[in-house]
Design a protein around this ligand. Structure first.
Ligand code: HEC
Ligand code: HEC
Length: 193
């Protein structure tokens, strides 16, 4: 009996040691947890969710916090200067210098052209040439996807108001998921008919 217990304890210890060595090895390939990435392959179809609290709080005040992976770095460089934020789409979205630096660097580091998430890759390729787009809704890739939605469901819809408010219709937008099967247009339960 004693001996069996000892063997069991040894086996358990070996399993624990083995699994922690394994856990270490699986980290930091591609800068992320590689095995986790493989298992969550579905997630990489969208854009990377926001992970910076300051970005989330400051840029989620008036609209949902757009994932940096929705625009290329050159766009964030243009949008996130003190000057540009004072005239941010007709409103003042000024930040103090320290916060601006954190948010600017976070957005640029996670921009579409620095990401391997599928939708970001598409946006990066589509915007590689030409001037920096200042709106996600202006991207051809995005406007094309919404071309067939009637205006009464967007501007004329109290529950939406603007195509810029992605999360009104994309129920999983905050997770970086924009798939068609997660869309629900407010006030138009049968939008798909
Ligand atoms: C004081 C309110 C306010 C704050 C704070 C704010 N925004 Fe905006 N933002 C707006 C408005 C208003 C629009 C235009 C919406 C529209 O056209 O319907 C906008 C639009 C945008 C767009 C373009 C969306 C499109 O149409 O594709 C981006 C990108 C954007 N904001 C990023 C940010 C980021 C990043 C921050 C954080 C630094 C931020 N915003 C903070 C008010 C704000
Ligand atoms: C008025 C509601 C509405 C708003 C607001 C909206 N979308 Fe959409 N979006 C849709 C609908 C509806 C579709 C098309 C689904 C289909 O093809 O059947 C769609 C499709 C898409 C697709 C393509 C999905 C696919 O796999 O075919 C992407 C990407 C997308 N939207 C991103 C965005 C982003 C980013 C924003 C904000 C800047 C946004 N959408 C705002 C309703 C909306």
């Amino acid at each position: 009996m004693q001996k069996k217990l000892k063997v069991a304890a040894l086996l358990l210890a070996a399993a624990l040691l083995g699994s922690s060595a394994y856990a270490e090895a699986e980290e930091n390939i591609f800068g992320e947890n590689f095995v986790g990435w493989l298992f969550n392959f579905q997630r990489t179809k969208g854009v990377k969710p926001v992970t910076d609290k300051q970005y989330q709080d400051e840029c989620g005040e008036c609209h949902f916090a757009y994932q940096p992976g929705l625009l290329p770095a050159k766009s964030w460089e243009a949008l996130l200067t003190a000057e540009a934020l004072r005239k941010h789409f007709g409103v003042n979205a000024e930040l103090d210098n320290d916060t601006l630096k954190v948010i600017h660097d976070y957005a640029v580091d996670n921009a579409a052209d620095k990401s391997w998430y599928k939708r970001s890759r598409k946006i990066a390729v589509a915007t590689a040439e030409g001037p920096a787009p200042l709106r996600i809704t202006e991207l051809r890739y995005i406007s094309r996807k919404h071309h067939d939605i009637p205006e009464k469901m967007i501007r004329g819809n109290k529950g939406v108001k603007s195509l810029s408010f992605c999360d009104k219709c994309h129920t999983q937008a905050a997770k970086g998921v924009y798939d068609a099967d997660t869309v629900a247009v407010p006030n138009y339960p049968d939008w798909d008919d």
